[in-house]
Design a protein around this ligand. Sequence first.
Ligand SMILES: [Zn+2]
Length: 184
Amino acid sequence: MANDMICLDIINTMWYDYRGTGKSEDRLTNPKWIEYFMKDWNLTHLSYPSDETIKELQNLRQLMRDILQKTTQNQLPSTDELMKLNIFMDKAKRSPVLIKKEDHFELELVSDKQSWSTFISEIALSFSELFTKNEYKRVKFCKNEDCRWVFHDNTKNGRKHWCSSDTCGNLSRVRKHRDTLKED
Ligand SMILES: [Zn+2]
C-alpha cells in the first residue's frame, strides 16, 4: 500500500520540527529536497518544476491537509473540497486498463505520458483512493502537536499515535518522565 500513498509524501513536504523549536520548512521550495524527491518519485526524466508547478503542489498539499484536519476530527470533507480535489485529478488523461493478477482482475487507470500535470493528478488520485478504499480513517496527524507529520496507521489495532516511536514517541516518554520528577 505504501507505494499507493504518494499523497502522504506530498503532505509531509511541509515539515515542522517535532522538538518544538517552532522551526518549519516548506521542502517544496528547497531545490535540494526537490532533487531528492524527483529521484524518489522516479521523475528524473522531467525538468525541474516551474514556479507554477510548485504553487500547484502547494495548493494541493494545503487542500489535502485541510481535508485531513476534518477527517481526523470525525468530519467529512465538504462538497467544495471534493470539487477542488476532482479538478486536480482531472489534470491528466487516463485510460482504463484491465490487468490480470494472481487470483483476480483489476482495472487500473494508466496515464498517457509522464509530466508534472500527470504527477499532480496522480497525487490527487492516491488521496482519493484513501476514501474509496476506506483507509482515510487510518490516516492521522502525529499526536505531538509540534510535529504534525501525517502517517498511515497500519497497525492491527489502529491505535498508533506517533509518527515514529524513536522521535515523537520517545520525546513524549521523556516529557512524561520529567513531569513525574517535577511532581515528586
Ligand atoms: Zn511526530
